[in-house]
Unconditional design. Sequence first.
Length: 421
Amino acid sequence: MLRTIQSLSVVLLLISVTNARVALKLNENEILSEIIRLNDTKADGCQIDINKDLNEPQPLVIVPGTDRFLLPDDERGIIFLEKGAQIELYCSKSFHGMTNVQFRNITCENGNFVENGQLFQYRDFNCTEYPFHVAVRTGKKCFNDASVLDVGFEVGYRFLKVYEICFDEVLETTHYVTHEFTPPYKTHQAGFPRPGWLNTGYYNGKRVDTLYTRASQREVVTKILNSTTQVDKYIPETSDFYLARGHISAKSDFIFGSQHRATFWLMNAAPQWQVFNNGNWIAVEIAIKNFVADRNIEVDAYTGTHGVTTLWDEQNKPHEIYLAFDENNNGLIPVPKIYYKILVERKTKFGIVLIGVNNPYLDLKEIESDYVLCKDVSDQINWVSWDKKNITLGYSYACDVNEFMAVIKHIPDLIVKGLLV
Protein backbone atom coordinates (compact mmCIF):
# COMPACT_ATOMS: atom_id res chain seq x y z
CA MET A 1 0.00 0.00 0.00
CA LEU A 2 2.85 2.38 0.85
CA ARG A 3 4.50 1.82 -2.53
CA THR A 4 1.17 2.46 -4.25
CA ILE A 5 0.67 5.68 -2.31
CA GLN A 6 4.19 6.85 -3.14
CA SER A 7 3.65 6.17 -6.83
CA LEU A 8 0.37 8.02 -6.77
CA SER A 9 2.07 10.93 -5.01
CA VAL A 10 4.54 11.26 -7.88
CA VAL A 11 1.75 11.16 -10.45
CA LEU A 12 -0.25 13.77 -8.58
CA LEU A 13 2.76 16.03 -8.15
CA LEU A 14 3.32 15.93 -11.89
CA ILE A 15 -0.35 16.74 -12.43
CA SER A 16 -0.04 19.67 -10.02
CA VAL A 17 2.98 21.08 -11.86
CA THR A 18 1.24 20.69 -15.18
CA ASN A 19 -1.65 22.74 -13.84
CA ALA A 20 0.67 25.40 -12.38
CA ARG A 21 -0.08 24.39 -8.82
CA VAL A 22 2.27 23.73 -5.97
CA ALA A 23 1.83 20.47 -4.07
CA LEU A 24 4.45 20.32 -1.35
CA LYS A 25 3.01 17.47 0.69
CA LEU A 26 0.14 15.06 0.18
CA ASN A 27 -1.11 12.73 2.88
CA GLU A 28 -2.98 9.52 2.15
CA ASN A 29 -6.44 11.07 2.48
CA GLU A 30 -5.52 13.91 0.13
CA ILE A 31 -4.17 11.44 -2.42
CA LEU A 32 -7.30 9.30 -2.31
CA SER A 33 -9.46 12.43 -2.58
CA GLU A 34 -7.49 13.53 -5.63
CA ILE A 35 -7.87 10.10 -7.22
CA ILE A 36 -11.63 10.30 -6.73
CA ARG A 37 -11.70 13.79 -8.20
CA LEU A 38 -9.71 12.76 -11.26
CA ASN A 39 -11.93 9.74 -11.76
CA ASP A 40 -15.11 11.80 -11.41
CA THR A 41 -13.94 14.52 -13.77
CA LYS A 42 -12.98 12.29 -16.66
CA ALA A 43 -13.40 13.82 -20.09
CA ASP A 44 -17.12 13.17 -20.43
CA GLY A 45 -18.11 14.39 -16.93
CA CYS A 46 -18.70 17.86 -15.45
CA GLN A 47 -17.88 19.81 -12.34
CA ILE A 48 -19.26 23.00 -10.80
CA ASP A 49 -17.07 24.96 -8.38
CA ILE A 50 -19.32 27.04 -6.12
CA ASN A 51 -16.64 29.71 -5.77
CA LYS A 52 -15.79 30.01 -9.47
CA ASP A 53 -18.65 28.86 -11.67
CA LEU A 54 -21.79 30.55 -10.30
CA ASN A 55 -23.01 33.54 -12.30
CA GLU A 56 -25.08 36.10 -10.43
CA PRO A 57 -27.93 36.36 -9.74
CA GLN A 58 -27.56 32.61 -9.29
CA PRO A 59 -30.42 30.16 -9.80
CA LEU A 60 -31.23 27.51 -7.23
CA VAL A 61 -29.44 24.22 -7.96
CA ILE A 62 -31.85 21.36 -7.29
CA VAL A 63 -31.79 17.58 -7.38
CA PRO A 64 -34.34 17.12 -10.21
CA GLY A 65 -37.92 16.63 -9.07
CA THR A 66 -37.10 16.86 -5.36
CA ASP A 67 -37.17 19.44 -2.57
CA ARG A 68 -33.41 19.17 -2.02
CA PHE A 69 -30.52 21.41 -3.00
CA LEU A 70 -27.77 19.72 -5.00
CA LEU A 71 -24.78 19.97 -2.66
CA PRO A 72 -21.05 19.75 -3.35
CA ASP A 73 -19.60 16.27 -3.18
CA ASP A 74 -16.81 17.25 -0.82
CA GLU A 75 -15.60 20.00 1.46
CA ARG A 76 -13.82 21.82 -1.39
CA GLY A 77 -17.14 23.05 -2.74
CA ILE A 78 -17.17 21.15 -6.03
CA ILE A 79 -20.20 19.40 -7.49
CA PHE A 80 -19.16 16.40 -9.62
CA LEU A 81 -21.50 15.09 -12.30
CA GLU A 82 -21.22 12.05 -14.52
CA LYS A 83 -22.04 12.20 -18.21
CA GLY A 84 -25.81 12.19 -18.65
CA ALA A 85 -26.53 13.44 -15.13
CA GLN A 86 -29.23 16.10 -14.94
CA ILE A 87 -29.68 19.06 -12.64
CA GLU A 88 -32.67 21.34 -12.23
CA LEU A 89 -32.25 25.12 -12.07
CA TYR A 90 -34.85 27.58 -10.79
CA CYS A 91 -35.37 31.36 -10.90
CA SER A 92 -38.34 32.97 -9.14
CA LYS A 93 -39.03 35.38 -12.01
CA SER A 94 -37.08 34.30 -15.06
CA PHE A 95 -33.70 33.37 -16.42
CA HIS A 96 -31.61 36.17 -17.86
CA GLY A 97 -32.28 36.75 -21.55
CA MET A 98 -35.58 34.84 -21.45
CA THR A 99 -39.18 35.76 -20.66
CA ASN A 100 -41.06 34.05 -17.82
CA VAL A 101 -38.84 30.96 -17.84
CA GLN A 102 -38.47 29.75 -14.24
CA PHE A 103 -37.24 26.16 -14.67
CA ARG A 104 -34.46 24.68 -16.75
CA ASN A 105 -33.25 21.08 -16.79
CA ILE A 106 -29.72 20.68 -18.07
CA THR A 107 -27.64 17.59 -18.79
CA CYS A 108 -23.90 17.09 -18.26
CA GLU A 109 -21.91 16.21 -21.36
CA ASN A 110 -18.16 16.43 -21.94
CA GLY A 111 -17.56 19.15 -19.37
CA ASN A 112 -20.45 21.30 -20.58
CA PHE A 113 -24.23 21.27 -20.26
CA VAL A 114 -26.85 20.52 -22.89
CA GLU A 115 -30.40 21.85 -23.08
CA ASN A 116 -32.61 21.21 -26.12
CA GLY A 117 -29.59 20.28 -28.18
CA GLN A 118 -27.74 23.51 -27.38
CA LEU A 119 -24.38 23.53 -25.57
CA PHE A 120 -23.75 25.76 -22.53
CA GLN A 121 -21.15 26.41 -19.88
CA TYR A 122 -22.54 26.52 -16.35
CA ARG A 123 -21.80 30.23 -16.07
CA ASP A 124 -24.32 30.86 -18.86
CA PHE A 125 -27.16 30.26 -16.41
CA ASN A 126 -28.28 33.18 -14.25
CA CYS A 127 -31.53 34.85 -13.21
CA THR A 128 -32.95 38.31 -13.80
CA GLU A 129 -32.93 38.66 -9.99
CA TYR A 130 -32.18 36.49 -6.98
CA PRO A 131 -34.69 33.75 -6.13
CA PHE A 132 -37.21 34.90 -3.53
CA HIS A 133 -36.91 33.40 -0.06
CA VAL A 134 -39.84 33.37 2.35
CA ALA A 135 -40.54 32.77 6.04
CA VAL A 136 -43.73 30.72 6.31
CA ARG A 137 -45.85 29.96 9.36
CA THR A 138 -46.33 26.20 9.21
CA GLY A 139 -49.29 26.12 11.59
CA LYS A 140 -47.27 23.94 13.96
CA LYS A 141 -46.41 25.03 17.49
CA CYS A 142 -43.30 24.70 19.62
CA PHE A 143 -42.51 25.76 23.19
CA ASN A 144 -45.15 27.85 25.01
CA ASP A 145 -47.38 28.19 21.92
CA ALA A 146 -44.57 29.70 19.83
CA SER A 147 -44.82 29.44 16.04
CA VAL A 148 -42.81 27.05 13.88
CA LEU A 149 -41.57 28.91 10.80
CA ASP A 150 -39.99 27.38 7.72
CA VAL A 151 -37.53 29.58 5.85
CA GLY A 152 -36.68 28.69 2.29
CA PHE A 153 -37.86 28.85 -1.30
CA GLU A 154 -41.24 28.16 -2.86
CA VAL A 155 -40.45 26.29 -6.07
CA GLY A 156 -43.74 25.53 -7.80
CA TYR A 157 -45.53 22.98 -5.64
CA ARG A 158 -42.35 22.26 -3.66
CA PHE A 159 -40.69 24.01 -0.74
CA LEU A 160 -36.89 23.93 -0.41
CA LYS A 161 -36.32 24.49 3.30
CA VAL A 162 -33.09 26.09 4.47
CA TYR A 163 -33.86 26.11 8.21
CA GLU A 164 -36.69 26.02 10.75
CA ILE A 165 -37.39 28.54 13.53
CA CYS A 166 -39.22 28.31 16.85
CA PHE A 167 -40.37 31.93 17.22
CA ASP A 168 -42.37 33.41 20.11
CA GLU A 169 -44.58 36.02 18.47
CA VAL A 170 -45.71 37.48 21.80
CA LEU A 171 -42.28 38.13 23.30
CA GLU A 172 -40.80 38.58 19.81
CA THR A 173 -37.90 36.30 20.52
CA THR A 174 -36.56 33.16 18.90
CA HIS A 175 -36.05 30.09 21.04
CA TYR A 176 -34.02 28.13 18.49
CA VAL A 177 -33.23 27.56 14.83
CA THR A 178 -32.59 24.07 13.48
CA HIS A 179 -30.97 22.65 10.36
CA GLU A 180 -28.44 20.00 9.35
CA PHE A 181 -24.67 19.96 9.08
CA THR A 182 -22.94 17.46 6.77
CA PRO A 183 -19.33 17.43 5.50
CA PRO A 184 -20.01 19.52 2.35
CA TYR A 185 -21.11 22.40 4.60
CA LYS A 186 -17.49 23.03 5.56
CA THR A 187 -17.17 25.13 2.40
CA HIS A 188 -19.44 28.02 1.52
CA GLN A 189 -19.60 30.54 -1.27
CA ALA A 190 -17.05 33.10 -0.07
CA GLY A 191 -17.43 36.86 -0.25
CA PHE A 192 -21.13 36.80 -1.08
CA PRO A 193 -22.67 40.26 -0.47
CA ARG A 194 -24.88 40.78 2.57
CA PRO A 195 -28.47 41.85 1.78
CA GLY A 196 -30.68 43.95 4.03
CA TRP A 197 -32.54 42.38 6.93
CA LEU A 198 -36.24 41.49 6.63
CA ASN A 199 -39.14 41.06 9.04
CA THR A 200 -42.11 41.41 6.67
CA GLY A 201 -45.22 39.87 8.23
CA TYR A 202 -43.71 39.58 11.70
CA TYR A 203 -43.08 41.75 14.79
CA ASN A 204 -46.47 43.48 14.43
CA GLY A 205 -45.21 45.70 11.66
CA LYS A 206 -42.32 47.22 13.61
CA ARG A 207 -39.23 48.29 11.68
CA VAL A 208 -37.05 46.00 13.76
CA ASP A 209 -33.89 46.76 11.81
CA THR A 210 -33.92 50.34 13.13
CA LEU A 211 -34.02 49.06 16.73
CA TYR A 212 -30.51 47.67 16.25
CA THR A 213 -28.95 51.05 15.48
CA ARG A 214 -26.56 52.31 18.13
CA ALA A 215 -28.67 55.44 18.60
CA SER A 216 -31.82 53.40 19.26
CA GLN A 217 -29.99 51.10 21.68
CA ARG A 218 -28.61 54.03 23.62
CA GLU A 219 -32.05 55.61 23.79
CA VAL A 220 -33.88 52.53 25.08
CA VAL A 221 -31.15 51.56 27.56
CA THR A 222 -31.11 55.13 28.87
CA LYS A 223 -34.81 54.75 29.67
CA ILE A 224 -34.31 51.34 31.28
CA LEU A 225 -31.43 52.50 33.50
CA ASN A 226 -32.58 56.10 33.83
CA SER A 227 -29.01 57.20 33.26
CA THR A 228 -27.01 58.59 30.34
CA THR A 229 -23.84 58.03 32.37
CA GLN A 230 -24.43 54.29 32.50
CA VAL A 231 -25.29 54.16 28.80
CA ASP A 232 -22.02 55.90 27.96
CA LYS A 233 -20.31 53.19 29.98
CA TYR A 234 -22.11 50.23 28.38
CA ILE A 235 -22.79 51.39 24.80
CA PRO A 236 -20.32 54.16 23.97
CA GLU A 237 -20.73 56.27 20.84
CA THR A 238 -17.93 54.35 19.13
CA SER A 239 -16.52 50.88 19.91
CA ASP A 240 -17.43 47.22 19.46
CA PHE A 241 -19.47 47.37 22.66
CA TYR A 242 -22.91 47.49 21.08
CA LEU A 243 -25.69 45.03 20.28
CA ALA A 244 -25.37 43.52 16.81
CA ARG A 245 -27.99 41.62 14.87
CA GLY A 246 -26.49 38.32 15.91
CA HIS A 247 -27.28 35.61 13.39
CA ILE A 248 -28.63 32.59 15.23
CA SER A 249 -27.83 30.32 12.31
CA ALA A 250 -24.92 32.01 10.56
CA LYS A 251 -25.01 32.75 6.85
CA SER A 252 -21.81 30.74 6.51
CA ASP A 253 -23.63 27.74 7.99
CA PHE A 254 -24.98 27.30 4.47
CA ILE A 255 -23.32 26.72 1.12
CA PHE A 256 -24.85 28.83 -1.64
CA GLY A 257 -25.22 32.60 -1.76
CA SER A 258 -28.95 32.14 -2.32
CA GLN A 259 -29.11 30.31 1.02
CA HIS A 260 -27.01 33.02 2.68
CA ARG A 261 -29.63 35.58 1.65
CA ALA A 262 -32.31 33.48 3.34
CA THR A 263 -30.57 33.84 6.72
CA PHE A 264 -31.32 37.57 6.82
CA TRP A 265 -34.72 37.29 8.47
CA LEU A 266 -34.72 39.04 11.82
CA MET A 267 -36.39 36.01 13.40
CA ASN A 268 -32.99 34.39 12.77
CA ALA A 269 -31.25 37.04 14.85
CA ALA A 270 -31.10 38.23 18.43
CA PRO A 271 -29.29 41.12 20.15
CA GLN A 272 -25.70 39.96 20.58
CA TRP A 273 -22.79 41.98 21.92
CA GLN A 274 -20.48 42.53 18.97
CA VAL A 275 -17.36 41.67 20.99
CA PHE A 276 -18.92 38.24 21.64
CA ASN A 277 -20.26 37.90 18.08
CA ASN A 278 -16.78 38.46 16.66
CA GLY A 279 -15.03 36.66 19.51
CA ASN A 280 -15.68 33.22 20.91
CA TRP A 281 -18.96 32.75 19.06
CA ILE A 282 -17.46 32.96 15.59
CA ALA A 283 -14.80 30.51 16.77
CA VAL A 284 -17.58 28.08 17.70
CA GLU A 285 -19.30 28.52 14.33
CA ILE A 286 -16.11 27.81 12.39
CA ALA A 287 -15.13 24.88 14.60
CA ILE A 288 -18.43 23.07 14.15
CA LYS A 289 -18.18 23.03 10.36
CA ASN A 290 -14.60 21.76 10.51
CA PHE A 291 -15.49 19.16 13.14
CA VAL A 292 -18.36 17.70 11.09
CA ALA A 293 -16.21 17.52 7.95
CA ASP A 294 -13.13 16.13 9.70
CA ARG A 295 -15.17 13.42 11.45
CA ASN A 296 -17.23 12.79 8.28
CA ILE A 297 -20.47 12.79 10.24
CA GLU A 298 -23.99 14.15 9.82
CA VAL A 299 -25.52 16.16 12.65
CA ASP A 300 -28.72 17.96 13.47
CA ALA A 301 -27.99 21.40 14.90
CA TYR A 302 -30.16 23.46 17.26
CA THR A 303 -28.91 27.00 17.80
CA GLY A 304 -30.79 29.12 20.28
CA THR A 305 -30.94 31.73 22.99
CA HIS A 306 -32.10 31.73 26.59
CA GLY A 307 -32.97 34.25 29.27
CA VAL A 308 -32.67 38.02 29.47
CA THR A 309 -29.36 39.58 30.45
CA THR A 310 -29.06 42.58 32.76
CA LEU A 311 -27.17 45.84 33.10
CA TRP A 312 -26.91 48.00 36.22
CA ASP A 313 -28.16 51.47 37.05
CA GLU A 314 -26.23 54.05 39.09
CA GLN A 315 -27.43 52.41 42.32
CA ASN A 316 -26.02 49.07 41.09
CA LYS A 317 -29.51 47.64 40.67
CA PRO A 318 -29.79 45.16 37.75
CA HIS A 319 -32.35 45.70 34.99
CA GLU A 320 -33.32 43.34 32.20
CA ILE A 321 -32.42 44.72 28.77
CA TYR A 322 -34.78 44.78 25.78
CA LEU A 323 -34.74 46.59 22.45
CA ALA A 324 -38.41 47.60 22.59
CA PHE A 325 -41.51 47.72 24.80
CA ASP A 326 -45.23 47.34 24.10
CA GLU A 327 -47.99 49.74 25.14
CA ASN A 328 -48.15 48.06 28.57
CA ASN A 329 -44.39 48.46 29.08
CA ASN A 330 -43.71 44.76 28.59
CA GLY A 331 -40.26 44.11 27.22
CA LEU A 332 -39.90 42.90 23.61
CA ILE A 333 -36.88 41.56 21.71
CA PRO A 334 -34.87 40.61 24.81
CA VAL A 335 -31.09 40.63 24.91
CA PRO A 336 -30.34 36.94 25.68
CA LYS A 337 -28.26 35.75 28.60
CA ILE A 338 -26.71 32.97 26.55
CA TYR A 339 -26.40 31.62 23.02
CA TYR A 340 -26.06 27.88 22.54
CA LYS A 341 -25.44 25.32 19.79
CA ILE A 342 -26.58 21.73 20.21
CA LEU A 343 -25.14 19.08 17.89
CA VAL A 344 -26.62 15.59 17.72
CA GLU A 345 -24.94 13.06 15.45
CA ARG A 346 -27.58 11.20 13.48
CA LYS A 347 -25.90 7.79 13.48
CA THR A 348 -24.82 7.42 17.11
CA LYS A 349 -27.23 9.89 18.75
CA PHE A 350 -24.28 11.34 20.66
CA GLY A 351 -24.50 15.06 21.32
CA ILE A 352 -22.82 18.14 22.74
CA VAL A 353 -23.96 21.68 23.52
CA LEU A 354 -21.60 24.65 23.23
CA ILE A 355 -22.66 27.71 25.23
CA GLY A 356 -21.56 31.34 25.21
CA VAL A 357 -22.39 34.12 27.69
CA ASN A 358 -23.79 37.23 26.01
CA ASN A 359 -22.65 39.96 28.39
CA PRO A 360 -19.12 41.44 28.51
CA TYR A 361 -19.85 43.39 31.72
CA LEU A 362 -20.30 40.47 34.10
CA ASP A 363 -17.76 39.27 36.62
CA LEU A 364 -16.79 35.64 37.10
CA LYS A 365 -18.87 35.25 40.26
CA GLU A 366 -22.04 36.42 38.46
CA ILE A 367 -21.35 34.09 35.55
CA GLU A 368 -20.78 31.06 37.74
CA SER A 369 -23.92 31.71 39.80
CA ASP A 370 -26.40 32.75 37.07
CA TYR A 371 -25.03 31.82 33.63
CA VAL A 372 -23.36 28.42 34.02
CA LEU A 373 -26.38 26.14 33.75
CA CYS A 374 -24.78 22.69 33.69
CA LYS A 375 -21.52 20.87 34.35
CA ASP A 376 -18.75 22.17 32.10
CA VAL A 377 -17.20 19.39 29.98
CA SER A 378 -15.28 21.68 27.62
CA ASP A 379 -11.96 20.21 28.80
CA GLN A 380 -12.91 17.12 26.80
CA ILE A 381 -13.14 19.16 23.58
CA ASN A 382 -9.99 19.91 21.61
CA TRP A 383 -11.57 21.02 18.32
CA VAL A 384 -12.66 24.56 19.24
CA SER A 385 -10.07 27.35 19.15
CA TRP A 386 -11.61 29.64 21.75
CA ASP A 387 -10.48 31.78 24.64
CA LYS A 388 -13.29 30.30 26.68
CA LYS A 389 -12.71 32.08 29.99
CA ASN A 390 -12.41 35.52 28.38
CA ILE A 391 -15.53 37.35 29.55
CA THR A 392 -15.21 40.18 27.02
CA LEU A 393 -15.06 37.73 24.10
CA GLY A 394 -17.88 35.67 25.62
CA TYR A 395 -17.27 33.28 28.51
CA SER A 396 -17.88 29.85 27.01
CA TYR A 397 -18.37 26.27 28.13
CA ALA A 398 -19.85 22.95 26.99
CA CYS A 399 -22.31 20.51 28.51
CA ASP A 400 -24.01 17.17 28.15
CA VAL A 401 -27.17 17.76 26.10
CA ASN A 402 -29.49 15.89 28.46
CA GLU A 403 -28.28 17.92 31.42
CA PHE A 404 -28.75 21.14 29.45
CA MET A 405 -32.27 20.15 28.35
CA ALA A 406 -33.22 19.56 31.97
CA VAL A 407 -32.69 23.30 32.52
CA ILE A 408 -33.71 24.82 29.17
CA LYS A 409 -37.30 23.71 28.62
CA HIS A 410 -37.91 25.14 25.14
CA ILE A 411 -35.68 22.59 23.39
CA PRO A 412 -37.48 19.71 21.62
CA ASP A 413 -37.34 16.30 23.27
CA LEU A 414 -34.10 15.16 21.66
CA ILE A 415 -32.80 11.60 22.01
CA VAL A 416 -29.15 11.84 23.04
CA LYS A 417 -27.30 8.71 24.16
CA GLY A 418 -23.83 9.99 24.92
CA LEU A 419 -21.28 12.78 24.70
CA LEU A 420 -20.05 13.89 21.26
CA VAL A 421 -16.46 15.00 21.75
